[in-house]
Design a protein around this ligand. Structure first.
Ligand SMILES: [Zn+2]
Length: 138
């Protein structure tokens, strides 16, 4: 999608979605362009300032083809914000393990746990946020 179209969709929905997922008190900025994690990623969120209720979402406009995709990415990244305290827990745990292998294992398990939690929350919230019948959810 064209970046300006994506910006319009985000601006029209961000505040409503922040309210809906329970993070209206956060300061969330949205940037547009390729994600650091992967050039093919639709979006990502930087939670390094989560202790201060600040997050920076990046949305790659070229990885979206319609409004629904942009909303899905926005909801996904906002749900990462919801569970940001769990990321802080995992970061702290990783800093205190002595072995590199244990640190790497913690990283892998944490990423899996976080993504599975975000997907479960998405499934639960999607009907309410987009009026999607439960049967249509994957
Ligand atoms: Zn994710």
């Amino acid at each position: 999608m064209d970046e300006s179209a994506v910006i319009k969709i985000v601006e029209a929905n961000l505040e409503r979605l922040m309210q809906a997922v329970g993070v209206p008190h956060w300061n969330i900025t949205v940037n547009y362009g390729p994600c650091d994690s992967s050039p093919t990623a639709a979006g990502e969120v930087d939670l390094t300032a989560a202790s201060y209720w600040r997050a920076a979402i990046t949305i790659n406009p070229y990885q979206h083809s319609e409004e629904k995709d942009v909303i899905d990415t926005l909801v996904h990244e906002l749900l990462h914000v919801v569970i940001a305290p769990m990321e802080l827990l995992a970061q702290t745990a990783r800093q205190h393990v002595q072995s590199e292998a244990a640190e790497e294992a913690l990283q892998v398990v944490n990423t899996h746990a976080v993504e599975q939690t975000v997907l479960a929350l998405e499934r639960g919230l999607a009907r309410h946020l987009r009026n999607v019948p439960e049967a249509a959810m994957k």
